[in-house]
Every structure is written in structure tokens, then in C-alpha cells.
Design a protein around this ligand. Structure first.
Ligand code: SAM
Length: 223
């Protein structure tokens, strides 16, 4: 079987007992970056062989993984942080596994996810919301922000430290977003966790006063 195991997004205490037991009962752990996962495993005294599986993994690696599953091995898939498959490797692997082993038990072990964590403290309507992942870097970026302006529901997206100021400027420049409340979540669950609230312009001003480091989630309130 294959466990798809969510891991902490910063605070190593945010791992569930069930995640630890899934990892402990695995013959092998598929990790996006084995160095990152090793830190987590050693914190919990989990000593299992690891195999790297990431977005550039070749089909040969996927076939090897399918081979282990065919041989009856129990595997766990983790990414560097949060839930595998959510803007992280995993989906293609699962798709390929299902082609060969349609009856395989694939078990989610739910846990941290940056988008949901941010949304949970936003105070914005979240009975429905749209998650848009990362804005494109160049081509399609304008369309991405234009689309947010047209969406009625609360919107959640990820942005890197390199482009967060640009993203907030882009939101500020959209006439149908500029006055909408937004929330920027920085470094969730980590030492420098900070939540910025206000309009895009307000949050830009607040962020401009700091060294722009860390990881970010942006939440735009429903219309
Ligand atoms: N699979 C992950 C999840 O479940 O949240 C997301 C992986 S995606 C490659 C990484 C992005 O998620 C970061 O660039 C940032 O936008 C967001 N992110 C991850 N951890 C975060 C944190 N602790 N605080 C704020 N944003 C975070």
C-alpha cells in the first residue's frame, strides 16, 4: 500500500501520531528531498530507507516504485512540507501507480497545509473558496490577477519571497480588488509567523517595512 503523508510546514511538532505510525510501518519512504525529510525522521527516531521522488524524477524511478508496490512493500510518500500533491510532487506518481495497480490501497494521512492554515485564521468566508496555487512568473501573470478580480469567492494563493511585493502591487492596481480586504500569512507555524491584514496597499506598506524573507500565503476576501 501507499500512504500519502502530510508533514509539518515549519513546526516539527505539527505531525500527527498517525503520520508517525504510517512512516514507521513503511518499508521505504519516498521523499521530495531526503535531506529535509531526514531532519523530521531523526526528530521522531524513525529509521527507514528513503528514496528521493521529486518533480524531475524520471519514469525509471516511477517504475522502480511500482515494482516495490507490486512486490507487496508498504511505501509512504512525503514532500518537503505540508500535503504531498498540493503544489508538490505526488499527483503524477499516483496516476502512474493507478495505471499499473488500479486496486492498490492509497491511504491519505492528512495534516498540515499552508493554504488551509492561512484560510483558517483569515476570518473570510470559507464555506467555499478557490485555491489558485502560485501565480505564473511571467506569461499569464496579469491574467491570473485579473481572474482573481472576477472571482466571487475567497481566493487563496501561494507566492514566493521574490515576488510577494510584486503580487501585492498587482492586487493593489486592480480596481476591483484594491479595496477588498486581504490577508498575507508569512512563515506560518514558524518563529517569525506574521499575519498582515488590510487592503493590498496596507499589507504592502507593512511588508515594505520588513526584510522580505520567508514563505507566504495570500488570502483575498470573497466579494
Ligand atoms: N504542499 C505544501 C502545502 O501543503 O502547503 C505546499 C508546497 S508549495 C511548493 C510551497 C509554498 O507553500 C510556499 O512557497 C508558500 O507559498 C506556501 N507555504 C508553505 N509553508 C508555508 C508556511 N509555513 N507559511 C506560509 N506559507 C507557506
Amino acid at each position: 500500500m501507499l500512504y500519502v503523508v502530510a508533514t509539518p510546514i515549519g513546526n516539527l511538532n505539527d505531525i500527527s501520531p498517525r503520520a508517525i505510525s504510517a512512516l514507521n510501518s513503511s518499508d521505504m519512504i519516498l521523499a521530495e528531498d531526503t535531506r529535509v525529510t531526514r531532519v523530521l525522521l531523526s526528530r521522531y527516531g524513525i529509521d527507514k530507507p528513503m528514496l528521493s521522488y521529486h518533480q524531475h524524477s524520471k519514469i525509471k524511478k516511477i517504475n522502480d516504485i511500482i515494482g516495490f508496490l507490486k512486490a507487496g512493500k508498504t511505501l509512504s510518500l512525503v514532500s518537503d512540507a505540508g500535503t504531498p500533491g498540493i503544489n508538490d510532487p505526488g499527483n503524477f506518481l499516483i496516476q502512474e501507480i493507478l495505471k499499473e495497480l488500479p486496486g492498490l490501497k492509497i491511504v491519505p494521512v492528512p495534516g498540515p497545509n499552508a493554504a488551509i492554515a492561512a484560510l483558517s485564521v483569515s476570518g473570510f468566508p470559507s464555506d467555499k473558496f478557490i485555491f489558485l496555487g502560485f501565480p505564473p512568473h511571467k506569461k499569464g501573470r496579469q491574467t491570473f490577477f485579473k481572474r482573481i478580480g472576477d472571482i466571487e469567492e475567497t481566493v487563496v494563493f501561494y507566492e514566493s519571497k521574490h515576488r510577494i511585493l510584486k503580487a501585492l502591487q498587482e492586487l493593489r492596481e486592480m480596481s476591483n480588488i484594491a479595496e477588498r480586504p486581504i490577508m498575507v500569512a508569512r512563515e506560518l507555524t514558524k518563529q517569525f509567523e506574521t499575519i498582515y491584514r488590510g487592503t493590498a496597499g496596507d499589507t504592502l506598506e507593512q511588508l515594505n517595512k520588513t526584510k522580505v524573507l520567508g514563505e507566504f500565503v495570500v488570502v483575498v476576501k470573497a466579494k
